[in-house]
Design a protein. Sequence first.
Length: 618
Amino acid sequence: MLDSPQLDLDSCLKIFPNLRYIGGSVGHRLDIHASCVQSQTIKISLSGHGILALEQVVIYGRAHPEGELRDITKLEGCRVFQSTTRQVSHDATQDSEALYGAYNAINGIVDGYNRSETEAVDQPYWRIEFPEDYLIETIHITNFSSAGYAVRYSDIVIESAYNDTVSMIYRRSAPHVLRAKLNSVYQSLSNFRKLKPLNTKQRQAQDFLETSHRLLIENPDCIDHVSFSEQLLNCIEVFLPRSLEPRGRSYQFRDISDVSQIRITGINCDTITPKILAEYYDPVEQRLSSVEFESKEAFFSHPRYIVSLSIYFGCEDSIYKANCFRVEASNEPHASSAECEWDLIYDNAHVADLCKDLAWVAFLAGNETARCLGLIAKPAVMMRRSDKELKEAYFWCRLNLHGKSSDVQSEVASIVNSATAYDTQSSRLRFGRHSFSTCLGDRNQAQYVAAILDTFSCLEKNSIPAMLLYGTLLGAVRSGTFIKHDDDVDIGYLSQAFSHEQLVAEREKLREIFESSNFRVSAASSHLPFSVSPMNQEEPCWVEIFPVWSDKDDTHHYKIYMHTMNVHSVDKNIIGCASTFQKVCLNGTAFPAPAQPEKFLEVRYGENWRSPDPFFEI
């Protein structure tokens, strides 16, 4: 039998090229090379407090050095254990594709379903025991993809046990991990040199980053992680634009040679026309001069040396969604825009990406301050280039706030919310319970009241009793208005169904009713709730509709979705029926509510439901 090798983290571990970043973006995979460590057991744990909820763990290894490389998590006799277990709802598993091995374990049992999670505890773990010794080559971990689960790749520790020897395979701040991420920063910096101007602070920050990159290659042990991570965050403050909104701002650039054309792209072309002021030296006339353009493009008859370039964006009042904008120059005076070769002068998106990477390196170095957490998410919110990027940033932020103090949560939210502080109120994104979205406090609440009225009216015409639920009910009972930091509107209806199949059929029938009644209806999904919005409103005001149903054999309880979308039983006397519904006032309009609204809120939100908590269930 082979002796257990001594693992040198700096030399025998590496991050596979397809790893986007370490830290656990939802749905991304963490790929670790284990350098053929001999193992009887692999333990995957969190180094701190949290919930370990993994979608898949796949481990490849060989029985001996010349043996076949195989997925050893599928071997007969492979066993999976969890430090603690957490109940998983029936809805979470019933439609899952059956897979076996350490891929899928629920409550410590490998049963083919794809959800498993521990309780929120200190250092939760999965332990995978093999039927015999194996040489481990690679370990692949896929992040859990649902909202509200504290999956934190950033804190994952992977260890191997063989006889009485325990070897470290992966930890967050290992030199190879920092170096892998800093490499991407270094590449960004090489591009950043094109961006002008670099002021004194930016040059100093760039020198620091290049020196750090060299040290991590030559002598990683000399890096003081605490000081290093703080300096990285200081670099972000130097580079990160205060906003990506150009409106009302002037940008100055200096010393750009051989310029025949200038163009600005990425702004809202319909509402914003920039003003370009160029002070230049004309080599033909051999004199300094200036010219002003009110356009997104500027042309010169022959190449000039730009001494100073000022770009000013007007202050139109129209609604403006933040866009990244680019400034480019070309030395080809007679070529069309499509034919030119353009040199980048400035790109807000590029700068924001660099700052996000800097924050990631600080986090990997051990910095978990609110400032660091907020600066990782802020660039994605500032740029808003895609819904996917926003969703990833939100989940990462939310999962890492799990278990943090309210002060830390508030500070992170404040940093992230500042990303869109320049937006008009109705389009301003904020950190909410479900996503980065506009909060009800910033929306046209009169339109939402009208949308709820129309939704209730449609249900009543079809003899379907309905009531306010969840956060909408909470706001009505507690303050008579919408909760300012809430981001959705919820109602429930009393279902006639007794089984999941009947609930699905009932939902489809209701969707058809609303579609035929001039409502927008959300796309069908595997979830029973769905959303509607009246067509007569210019901006959609979505109302989410939840079923409240009974088991045929239980005459005393209703089934209803509660925290983290798990189904709970609630006393029928609390919910009531159409004849016993109470009335509550929401923005001056009376709506049906459960028979015992305060008792329902206590069941749903706990005995402290009267105290506002923007981070409830975060």
